[in-house]
Design a binder for this molecule. Structure first.
Ligand SMILES: [Zn+2]
Length: 365
């Protein structure tokens, strides 16, 4: 099952954000799948259809309390405070910072307020909260639809830290979804498989903070989230050196449970390293399999990705398919249900790896 929500793929320019990446990756993936086989053998559902499938008649809301299981209360309060004026102002301030739209001297960078047709608050409500809801629904669909598989064509905001966003990620939908599934009694053991080019540092930090009791919403069973991140060994985050010195106990310095750095030029070893990593999961879960896996399926390790910060890892289309097939087969052979989130991927050809993987699945069934 594929979950598509065109509303979250916003046009950056409408918000005055001048990032040269087209928002049409989900649309390109769906277009490719529909062209490859008519009708597309894998069901593509909208948010409305997903809600109907799950027996919900109307749109649902995500509570502050649910977000506080993941993020610090003071951070969440910014977005939910009562005064509209303050809420709008502080949401704008947070997004400008997290999207790196203000330079060190305090000047706007890649941002022109004059061009904005919509507000940052609107961006928060449509794209940021929309993406969080989509990831939540993807997990529900994965657990409840017959195939045990759902690929959400958005989500994967894995850099968002405990008390602030980072690297274009405001709220961490990955760990939010995992904790929501646990809290609602839908899954106990959850494995996070993060294969984005950039390290899943926000997710690692949030899980670590839950375990160490820094997040006051701590439950014993929350220790059953296990994280894997395979990523570029160097080059990201851009402020890594200063972070290593000033904040050794914070992201990006906190490691995932299974941490697999890949050095430049090690592309041919990628699949083997990932396979060895996947084999460590069960031991970290007391010999048990997960009830659910969340795959942060970033496409930015792809050799044609256009963002500079992913340039130290360049997998071919074949290697990208090997990566995703390895994960899929690993999970299916163990009967583990999985929600896949599209995560990073930038430029004209960024849609190709996910489209290629999804097409390969439709011809298997
Ligand atoms: Zn990335």
């Amino acid at each position: 099952m594929i979950l598509l929500d065109p509303a979250v793929a916003v046009k950056w320019r409408d918000y005055g954000i001048l990032i040269p990446f087209p928002p049409d990756r989900p649309r390109n993936i769906v277009g490719f799948l529909k062209k490859s086989a008519d009708p597309c053998p894998m069901p593509i559902v909208s948010i409305k259809e997903a809600l109907e499938f799950l027996g919900k008649k109307t749109e649902f809301e995500i509570s502050e309390e649910a977000l506080e299981r993941v993020h610090k209360k003071e951070y969440i309060d910014i977005f939910f405070q009562e005064s509209k004026e303050k809420r709008d102002l502080e949401t704008t301030r947070a997004i400008l910072d997290i999207y790196e739209l203000v330079d060190e001297k305090g000047n706007y960078h890649r941002y022109n307020k004059e061009l904005a047709k919509k507000t940052m608050r609107d961006l928060f409500e449509t794209s940021i909260m929309g993406s969080l809801k989509g990831s939540y629904l993807a997990a529900r669909l994965a657990l409840e639809n017959e195939s045990g598989f759902c690929f959400y064509l958005s989500g994967g905001n894995h850099h968002a830290r405990y008390d602030w966003g980072a690297g274009f990620c405001v709220l961490n939908d990955v760990i939010f979804t995992a904790r929501a599934m646990q809290n609602e009694g839908r899954a106990k053991i959850i494995w996070i498989i993060d294969v984005d080019a950039h390290k899943g540092c926000g997710s690692a930090e949030i899980v670590d903070f839950i375990r160490r009791g820094i997040n006051p919403h701590h439950f014993e069973e929350d220790c059953t989230i296990v994280t894997l991140s395979i990523h570029m060994a160097r080059g990201w985050p851009l402020d890594r050196e200063s972070m290593e010195k000033s904040k050794p106990d914070r992201a990006p310095n906190i490691k995932s449970d299974i941490e697999i750095p890949v050095e430049k030029g090690e592309e041919s070893l990628y699949t083997k390293k990932l396979e060895a990593g996947l084999m460590q999961f069960a031991a970290l879960s007391g010999g048990k399999n997960a009830d659910l896996a969340i795959v942060v399926d970033g496409d930015d390790p792809y050799e044609y990705d256009e963002i500079e910060s992913s340039s130290l890892l360049k997998l071919t289309l074949t290697q990208m398919l090997e990566r995703d097939t390895l994960i899929y087969d690993f999970l299916v052979s163990r009967g583990i249900k999985s929600a896949w989130l599209l995560a990073g991927g930038y430029g004209e050809r960024a849609w190709e790896p996910a489209a290629n993987f999804l097409k390969s699945l439709t011809f298997r069934k």
